[in-house]
Design a protein around this ligand. Structure first.
Ligand SMILES: Nc1ncnc2c1ncn2[C@@H]1O[C@H](COP(=O)(O)OP(=O)(O)OP(=O)(O)O)[C@@H](O)[C@H]1O
Ligand SMILES: [Mg+2]
Length: 242
């Protein structure tokens, strides 16, 4: 897909800490991470190890306490909120559970929104074709409350791809889904990755999903390492709630 191995995302000595009741809590410690354009990467690790914290910083939603993050060569750690939001609009797609869909908008309107914000005149046609791709042609005028969890997840995936982002960040894209829906969504992510060349950075407890990625990295106590998935020493969390 990308034979020139452009580095799309890079961190150097990334750290995140918070101070609670006068005590410093290290959430991320000396994270060095490089992703090539078109690559698929899984971030695994037990609950509380810092995966969501890391993803939020990589995606430019949050700032590190120290260290550097470059997204499409932009120094995200030095940009203000408005500048980071521009980089996100130009290059980034998200599937984050905490902002899945807007309840007052239909499936179609939810998917169209990022393209409309980017003044794309083809927003509606694009949204309809993506909704067809995720198998929701019959549901375009339904509101989130009228859709199942898996259907909402598929709408979120369609929305994440509408601006044809260079890189997609997804936090537990198959969390809380049954096995069939989970397989369907995983296939969909990799199909879209193939079709658009989108880099995928996925946080997951799902071993099948992690193994389908080209690279796996493991978070443990705010530190990142690169395990061999075939190794018996790698412990995947069994705390899956679904
Ligand atoms: N703003 C914050 N203030 C204080 N502690 C925080 C904050 N954000 C996260 N934490 C703590 O940092 C640690 C890492 O949280 P994070 O959400 O990144 O974990 P995670 O690996 O995504 O876990 P899970 O698999 O359960 O989603 C946790 O102990 C969490 O309580
Ligand atoms: Mg998390």
């Amino acid at each position: 897909m990308n034979s020139n191995s452009e580095i799309i995302l890079e961190t150097q000595s990334l750290a995140k800490f918070v101070t609670i009741e006068g005590k410093q809590l290290d959430l991320l410690h000396n994270v060095n991470f490089t992703v090539e354009a078109g690559q698929t990467i899984a971030i695994v690790g037990s609950s509380g190890s810092g995966k969501t914290t890391l993803l939020s910083i990589l995606a430019g939603l949050d700032l590190p306490s120290s260290g550097e993050v470059y997204l499409k060569s932009q120094p995200m750690h030095q940009l203000n909120e408005e500048q980071r939001s521009q980089v996100r609009a130009d290059h980034v797609g998200f599937i984050f559970q905490q902002f899945l869909l807007i309840n007052s908008l239909t499936a179609l309107e939810n998917v169209m929104l990022p393209a409309e914000l980017a003044n794309d005149k083809d927003a509606q046609a694009l949204a309809l074709s993506l909704l067809e791709k995720v198998g929701l042609s019959e549901r375009v005028n339904h509101f989130p409350s009228q859709l199942s969890g898996g259907e909402q997840q598929r709408v979120a995936i369609a929305r994440a791809f509408i601006t044809q982002p260079d890189i997609l960040f997804a936090d537990e894209p198959t969390g809380n889904l049954d096995k069939n829906t989970s397989t369907y969504i995983t296939d969909l992510l990799f199909d879209l990755n193939k079709q658009f060349g989108t880099t995928l950075v996925l946080v997951t407890h799902d071993l099948t999903l992690a193994q389908r990625c080209q690279k796996q990295v493991q978070m443990q106590d705010g530190k990142l390492s690169e395990p061999q998935l075939s190794s018996t020493e790698v412990t995947f969390s069994t705390e899956q709630t679904a």
